[in-house]
Design a protein. Structure first.
Length: 643
């Protein structure tokens, strides 16, 4: 038995005693009904080559942990005097989740900027070293007709608080508002640590066959204090040097609506369609700096589900609209500079030099207040035409030149991506044994910020998505955190195999073509149930990896194959008791020619800084865990007890 399997077995045995502690409390007092319920799920995970697909990274290509997830819920329902309606329905769910032996995995603060003198030197955050419960879900549902004492012919409800809401399959809009770092159950409900706060109207249009939802949520609010409104983050924007404060009105919100229409609602045949639409506004996005862009995303789509005597069929398709406005920006910052000869620190202007580009001995201009140097730099004409140009001479006689990329003019990207997925199952002799197939396409595009000019972005943009398949499920490539990523490549010349800078990684359900199949087998052994679900899926890039010739300013032929790989996985669920599930998920990912063609790419800047954070040696020639094309393996499992 391998070491990974031994560790997994130990984890399962350690988890057994706690799962049989059961409790269920519920009852009724007057017009109030109350229920208490929850979930306890201990689980373990082992993975090899899960991110970089590189076996040559020695001991840095494997991960293992044991963890638990505890959800405790309370439900209160108020009945009317006749007992025929429920005017108020309230639910609260608390969650605790942590990796065993790692107190820093419980929760952490938001990153806060660190400033040294006039230089921003990084961000700081810290973890909570004690187990805590946080509010995962808290909502109140009101029956409008009962509250206003008007006998509506159709029902109308209003829900307010934090609760799950998604459109279609949860691709265009999912429930993953705040998710945990990685997941094992491979179900959307498992990974969401907190739902977004908002409100929803739910009602019937003509009869019970047709209903609708109108939903609104606040996703990001930067107006709740004077400190947030007055935070100086806009000084580098064109025309905002003397008005650097954020200002009022920076609230990111979402509005969505859908209609459920039961076209068929018979005992053996059911068919429901769901047209939907959403609009999301985010006034403070990040391209290079926080707040240097704003976006408006619109999506319209249609989903449907059919079930009959011999099988099932479902689909979801959507189209993006809207745009992102990237603000004109002065990229000169006061940076902390370390002299490689003396090791001394100093403050410099990182986008202003003492000589033009290509000059020997060219150096950054130090930050100083002893003469008019900073005034010349600050009041320089902000326009991309001034890049590389001389901007003046200080009173000390120093000539000042802009960097070749100091200024970025404003531009707008229009969204026009789209996606479509379809899957179905057919019964093989009985409903307990099914064969399933799936196919999907999500459009992709190259990096929209490669060139600072107006353009279109053809890649599909999902919102809060954590889609991993429905009838054919993915345990590896789709959804989740820390899975292998595709990159938006930025090449300076067609003859260069290595890019001049780090790539922009992407993950999730975008820029993908999917084709796969699965079997679903369910067997009852008395009152015990066994479910076996093997899957296989193949993936391609929707948008090819292209080479860019900077000298000619044109995009050339494909650099890498579109085939990213084949994933096989096996889901096993065994229910020794109706409320106790033992599960095991295995996956093997065979990288395609795409990863072979792009082998050796460096990791992202953010990941490199994270890995280097604890290094005190000053040695910068150590091996970088670049991407490879080796097979990846994962094994996870545990127990889930619901009470």
């Amino acid at each position: 038995m391998t070491s990974a399997k031994k560790l997994f077995c130990v984890a399962a045995l350690l988890s057994l005693p706690a799962t049989f502690v059961t409790a269920k409390i519920g009852g009724r007092h007057g017009n109030f009904e109350y229920n208490f319920f929850g979930t306890f799920r201990p689980e373990g995970f082992f993975g090899k080559n899960t991110v970089h697909l590189n076996s040559n990274n020695c001991d840095t290509n494997k991960i293992f942990y044991l963890r638990h997830v505890v959800d405790l819920s309370a439900e209160i329902i108020q009945h009317n005097d006749a007992g025929t309606a429920q005017p108020i329905h309230f639910q609260l769910t608390l969650r605790d989740r942590a990796n065993w032996g790692n107190s820093g995995s419980v929760a952490s603060t938001n990153p806060q900027t660190i400033k040294l003198g006039e230089a921003v030197v990084g961000e700081h955050k810290h973890t909570f070293p004690r187990h805590i419960f946080w509010i995962r879900e808290a909502w109140m549902k009101l029956d409008i007709g009962e509250l206003v004492d008007i006998p509506y012919q159709t029902k109308l409800f209003f829900t307010l608080g934090a609760f799950p809401f998604e459109l279609g399959r949860g691709i265009s809009l999912g429930t993953a508002y705040a998710v945990g770092p990685g997941f094992l159950g491979f179900l959307k409900d498992d990974i969401v640590d907190q739902y977004a706060f908002g409100g929803k109207f739910h009602g019937e249009l003509l009869d019970k066959r047709t209903s609708y939802d109108l939903y609104a949520a606040i996703l990001d609010c930067r107006t709740s204090s004077i400190a947030e409104v007055g935070e100086k983050i806009r000084g580098q924007e064109y025309g905002r040097l003397d008005r650097p404060a954020r200002g009022f009105g920076h609230i990111g919100f979402l509005i969505a609506g859908r209609v459920f229409w039961k076209i068929l609602d018979e005992k053996k045949h059911k068919f429901t369609i769901e047209p939907y639409a959403l609009f999301g506004h985010q006034p403070e996005q990040k391209v290079v700096f926080r707040g240097d862009a704003s976006g408006r995303l619109g999506t319209v789509g249609l989903a449907g589900e059919y079930s009959g005597c011999h099988g099932e069929l479902g689909f979801d398709c959507a189209l993006n609209m809207g745009s992102q406005h990237v603000r004109g920006w002065d990229k000169n910052e006061i940076k902390l500079y370390t002299d490689k000869t003396t090791g001394m620190f100093s403050l410099i202007n990182n986008k202003v030099y003492n000589a033009p580009s290509g000059t020997s001995g060219r150096k950054n201009i130090p930050y100083t207040t002893s003469d008019n140097t900073q005034d010349i730099i600050s009041y320089a004409l902000r326009d991309a035409k001034q890049n590389g140009q001389k901007i003046g001479v200080s009173t000390g006689g120093t000539e000042l030149y802009n960097a070749d990329d100091r200024f970025r003019n404003p531009y707008t990207n229009k969204f026009q991506g789209w996606m479509a997925v379809i899957d179905g199952c057919i019964n093989l002799g009985s409903p307990d044994f099914k064969a399933c197939v799936t196919a999907g396409y999500t459009s992709g595009d190259s990096d929209p910020h490669e060139c600072a000019k107006d353009g279109t972005y053809d890649g599909f943009i999902p919102l809060q998505e954590a889609y991993s398949g429905k009838r054919v499920r993915s345990a590896f490539l789709l959804g989740g955190f820390g899975k292998p990523r595709r990159v938006l490549t930025r090449y300076t010349n067609i003859n260069q195999r290595r890019p001049a800078q780090f790539n922009n990684p992407i993950s999730g359900f975008t820029n993908l073509v999917i084709c796969g199949g699965a079997l679903q087998w369910t067997r009852m052994f008395g009152n015990r149930k066994l479910k076996i679900h093997p899957n296989i899926q193949s993936y391609w890039l929707a948008q090819p990896d292209l080479r860019y010739d900077a000298e000619k300013g044109v995009t050339c032929c494909e650099f890498a194959s579109r085939h990213t790989g084949v994933e096989t996985n096996l889901f096993l669920d065994y229910y020794p008791l109706p409320n106790l599930r033992a599960f095991c998920v295995t996956s093997v990912f065979f990288p395609g020619q795409y990863y072979t063609d792009t082998k050796g790419r460096p990791i992202s800047t953010e990941e490199q800084l994270l890995l280097d954070k604890q290094d005190r040696t000053g040695f910068n020639k150590d091996r970088v865990p670049n991407s490879g094309d080796d097979i990846s393996y994962t094994l996870s499992g545990g127990l889930e007890f619901k009470f």
